[in-house]
Design a protein around this ligand. Structure first.
Ligand SMILES: *Cc1c(COP(=O)(O)O)cnc(C)c1O
Length: 393
């Protein structure tokens, strides 16, 4: 069956007792037992809940996984993976452009426990091969990355890593299972910030871990119950609702992103556009091979001062200034001052994460309106620049 059909039918029969087309929200903490220890598969909602179980089944189906565990946030899901597999003395490889929250988790929570994060250019197989010589326990990939949309070769890295018993985790938040299914390309674990495209309406914080091999999955499932960062049944229900339109939504997001990337590439106040769908993007060929679409995010370097960028991102009519991405309403961010502010300034500079980088998350608005909003702002900068010359660009 095709993805769009499975998103609506997989694990979603009508309710057997009432015939309700849509699954009920099991808003309960506990379940009656027939006799001590004998129950209908549920005893307490931290351990399992029917609404969450249904969401996990749908997500597993869509991602091509055997199992899924849904968490209270993307970072709680990441934490469970790291805690399940890393012990003092272990190393973990991560992309230099990894999501700021992941950077904080490995650098500020796990590094003090004696678990060494090593940031490498995962867009280069040679760089990954060289870093694998230190025998890290995990390779953490994020592709495309947040915010510069670096693309890493999942299958290529998985075969290098597996040759020495290193597990591969892929943060698939940006691509979504519509455009990229890392488990089919050899990844051992997929992690999502469900908060973004999967839930899709900017009204839920949630995460997920998915795997094919029960031996890899079970330690994560154990921690979901043992540490307790579980989502509420109502939030699971909202995500189930969001998933039904996932394919339609991300296709529109991706169309909007492509239109914006093209308009930005043609504008004189734009120094550089990051969008894997442009032939000029260094990861374009790998993205074409491993993705069936280029995703819904676009970032760009604005030619100007950090202050001008702050003005630009704060004064758009349709792009709301805010963290997060992947919702129906367009969002704009200046990552160095927002999503990635938790990375110290010197480190941001070393990574090339400049103050003039702008990240766009087009929503489901009409592309003409979104393009107009961005181009108007850039044109206004050009006009101001002429009046306040001679500032250096
Ligand atoms: C937002 C995000 C996360 C963290 O997810 P939360 O749901 O905010 O905890 C992880 N990875 C990526 C790529 C993200 O964009």
């Amino acid at each position: 069956m095709h993805f769009a059909t499975r998103a609506i039918h997989a694990a979603q029969p009508s309710d057997p007792t009432t015939g309700a087309l849509v699954a009920p929200i099991f808003q309960t903490s506990t379940f009656e037992q027939e006799s001590p220890g004998v129950n209908k598969g549920f005893d307490y909602s931290r351990t399992n809940n029917p609404t969450r179980q249904r969401l996990e089944a749908v997500l597993a189906d869509l991602e091509g996984a055997r199992d899924a565990a849904v968490f209270a946030s993307g970072l709680a899901a990441e934490h469970a993976i790291l805690q399940a597999f890393l012990r003092p003395g272990d190393d973990i490889l991560l992309p230099v452009d990894v999501y700021g929250g992941t950077w904080r988790l490995v650098s500020r929570v796990f590094a003090p426990l004696g678990i060494e994060p090593r940031f490498v250019d995962t867009t280069s197989l040679d760089a990954v091969a060289a870093a694998l010589a230190a025998r890290p326990r995990l390779v953490w990939l994020e592709t495309p990355t947040n915010p510069r949309l670096h693309v890493s070769d999942i299958a290529g890295i998985a075969s290098l890593a597996h040759a020495q018993g290193t597990l591969v985790v892929v943060d698939n938040t940006f691509a979504t299972p519509v455009f990229q299914r890392p488990l089919e390309q050899g990844a051992d674990l997929v992690v999502h910030s469900v908060t973004k495209y999967l839930a899709g309406h900017s009204d839920v914080i949630q995460g997920a871990v998915l795997a094919r091999d029960p031996a890899v999955f079970e330690p994560v499932r154990f921690l979901q119950n043992a540490t307790g960062a579980v989502p509420a049944p109502f939030d699971c229900w909202l995500t189930l609702r969001g998933l039904k339109t996932l394919e339609l939504r991300v296709q529109r997001h991706a169309d909007n992103a492509r239109r914006l990337a093209e308009a930005l590439a043609a504008h004189p106040r734009v120094a550089r556009v990051y969008y894997p769908g442009l032939a000029s993007h260094p990861g374009h060929e790998v993205a074409r091979r491993q993705m069936s679409g280029f995703g819904g995010m676009v970032s760009f370097e604005l030619k100007g001062t950090a202050g001008e960028v702050t003005d630009f991102v704060s004064s758009r009519r349709l792009f709301t200034l805010g963290e997060s991405l992947g919702g129906v309403k367009a969002l704009i961010a200046q990552p160095a001052r927002m999503t990635h502010a938790s990375i110290p300034a010197e480190r941001r500079a070393a990574l090339g994460l400049s103050d003039t980088l702008v990240r766009l998350s087009p929503g489901l608005e009409h592309p003409d309106d979104l393009v107009q909003d961005v181009v108007e702002g850039l044109d206004a900068l050009c006009a101001n620049r002429e009046s306040i010359a001679p500032l250096a660009v």
